[in-house]
Design a protein around this ligand. Structure first.
Ligand SMILES: Nc1ncnc2c1ncn2[C@@H]1O[C@H](COP(=O)(O)OP(=O)(O)OP(=O)(O)O)[C@@H](O)[C@H]1O
Length: 310
């Protein structure tokens, strides 16, 4: 659907985007994850034809957005990071205003506004002034504005910044519903690992203008390690259980801390059953067995040597 080819953007002394390649398939929710200043907003701004790149191309169904912005823009929706609403108008009046800006036919517009209000959960508040809205409600309306002209691809630039956890969850679920029910393709940027992990099929991690990792959640986590970590908690010390674990050829590393045993096992090995069997053989009572997967946060730390929220 959309392909970004060797995209570059230089602002005076800053290489904001430095050779970015990515693609988005129809129907996906793709995550673009990176710390502040990574180049996410600049990339979105170029993809939506609002900023010209220094080099490279963005192709939407094989047509250049850079060369033909007018024709392709109407199929794209942008939810900007900054809230762009009229505070002294009601929610419905805002949608009417932006609908007119998009030149949506008057009759169609009223119907479309009803649909959008439903999607963003503001039907009941539609006649209230936006200045009385909470941060989360403003963010939802900000998303609604981008959906009015029924774009097939929507770029969302950190749409949950600065809102409470409950509103945040509402927005995440709205994004999921929009994708499932209206088959809208979404590029979602965030510096919150857990949002991207919850929403996205595929993820690009960006830092200092570069894509530093790309793939499905699992693929990205596998960058970190070809191993899985089992954490086994026993009711009491059990030397014979530990000895049997140590003797097992699949065990790469084993660490004992009081009644907790941490074991590293190659990813491809199904080890859960083995732990249960060895416990039974040695009369060991197990309190819990957990598989610890590396988090995307760990991957970012591994790739850059810095925490994501630096
Ligand atoms: N108009 C501009 N002029 C000069 N430098 C800019 C401009 N826009 C962005 N930059 C710089 O480019 C780099 C990337 O910024 P960008 O806003 O794309 O990052 P981001 O990942 O979206 O971060 P944030 O989450 O803070 O928005 C930063 O160093 C920023 O200061």
């Amino acid at each position: 659907m959309l392909e970004v080819i060797d995209l570059k953007k230089q602002f005076k002394h800053t290489k904001a985007v430095d050779g970015v390649n990515l693609f988005i398939e129809q129907g996906e929710i793709v995550g673009l994850l990176g710390p502040n200043g990574a180049g996410k907003s600049t990339t979105i701004s170029i993809m939506s034809s609002l900023t010209k790149p220094s080099d490279g191309d963005v192709r939407f169904y094989n047509e250049s957005i850079i060369q033909r912005p007018q024709q392709l823009r109407e199929q794209l929706g942008v939810v900007p990071q900054e809230i762009a609403l009229y505070l002294n108008l009601t929610a419905r009046e805002n949608l009417l205003f932006f609908g007119k800006v998009y030149r949506i036919d008057k009759k169609q517009l009223e119907k479309k506004i009803d649909e959008v209000l439903e999607i963003i959960g503001l039907v009941e508040k539609q006649h209230e002034l936006v200045k009385t809205f909470s941060g989360g409600m403003k963010r939802r309306l900000n998303i609604g504005v981008a959906l009015l002209h029924q774009p097939s691809l929507v770029f969302m630039d950190e749409p949950t910044v600065g809102i409470d956890p409950q509103s945040r969850n509402y927005i995440l679920d709205t994004v999921k519903r929009l994708n499932k029910e209206s088959n809208t393709t979404i590029l979602y940027t965030s510096h919150y690992m857990e949002e991207v992990e919850y929403l996205c099929d595929r993820i690009y991690i960006m830092d200092q203008g570069h894509i530093i990792a790309a793939g499905s959640k699992e693929e990205i986590k596998n960058i970190l390690s070809a191993e899985q970590t089992f954490v086994v908690e026993t009711a009491a010390d059990h030397d014979d259980f530990i000895e049997k674990l140590e003797a097992n050829p699949s065990v790469r590393q084993l660490k004992v801390q009081e009644t907790t045993v941490t074991i590293l096992i190659p990813n491809e090995v199904e080890f859960f059953q083995t732990i249960i069997q060895l416990a039974q053989q040695t009369g060991t009572e197990l309190k819990s067995v957990q598989v610890q997967k590396p988090s995307l946060e760990d991957v970012f730390l591994h790739l850059t040597g810095r925490a994501l929220r630096d």
